[in-house]
Design a protein around this ligand. Structure first.
Ligand code: SIN
Ligand code: FE2
Length: 217
């Protein structure tokens, strides 16, 4: 047996780490499907390219975004919202691949949220230095449904806080193929991502990708 395996950055057996009531990290949960997930991201980005959007206050976001599913999350001067079409080409977003949906539904179930019915998948792309400030996911209609977040590629430090922006945050290292689920009493917790450190991942090069699944409507 080669013990070096355990030092490999992508080595995981599947295990769960509870963050708070209603919030859990499922380590390595997307590992079996990583190549197929990344191929789908590539295909979707070929249809609706990644965009650097602006916050309602006019700041350019450092994370590039695209979407798939019935609804996509967008932001511009008019505010944060979900819409059924891409602002760039007014076309419907690409359909959510069956594989995406299956992974999200299974992760939600394992985290204690059976019957998750995602209709939106935001695809985030982080390059070195890209970050996401602390925020709540609250543009959805039904807070009874959880958020499922799949990390791929370079590792990042995820901040998971409380119900107020000023609450203390936990720092959680998320690596390739980890899935975080938060719902129930944790559904509206503040969270964010610290600036991505430069690196090279065998499957994604200098990027981190994140899929967040939501029930928007
Ligand atoms: C998000 O909160 O939308 C993104 C979280 C992440 O990139 O891990
Ligand atoms: Fe979020």
């Amino acid at each position: 047996m080669n013990l070096d395996l355990f030092d490999h950055p992508d080595f995981h057996s599947n295990w769960r780490e509870d963050l708070c009531p209603g919030a859990v990290v499922l380590r390595g949960a997307a590992l079996e499907d990583d190549v197929r997930l990344l191929a789908e991201i590539d295909r979707i980005a070929g249809l609706v390219p990644f965009q650097y959007r602006a916050t309602p206050g006019g700041y350019a976001m450092s994370v590039a975004m695209t979407n798939c599913g019935d609804f996509g999350w967008v932001t511009d001067k008019a505010g944060y919202r979900y819409q059924a079409t891409s602002p760039e080409n007014q076309q419907q977003w690409p359909a959510m691949p069956a594989l995406f949906r299956a992974i999200a539904v299974k992760a939600a179930q394992e985290a204690g949220f059976p019957g998750f019915d995602p209709d939106a998948c935001l695809i985030n792309r982080y390059q070195p230095g890209a970050k996401m400030s602390l925020h709540q996911d609250k543009d959805e209609h039904d807070f009874g449904q959880p958020i499922v977040s799949v990390s791929l590629g370079l590792p990042a430090v995820f901040q998971f806080g409380g119900m107020e922006r000023s609450d203390k945050t936990q720092r959680v290292q998320l690596t390739h193929s980890d899935i975080v689920v938060w719902g129930g009493p944790s559904r509206l917790r503040y969270h964010g991502v610290l600036p991505l450190k430069a690196g090279e991942h065998p499957l994604t090069g200098s990027y981190r990708f994140n899929l967040t699944f939501r029930k928007a409507s």
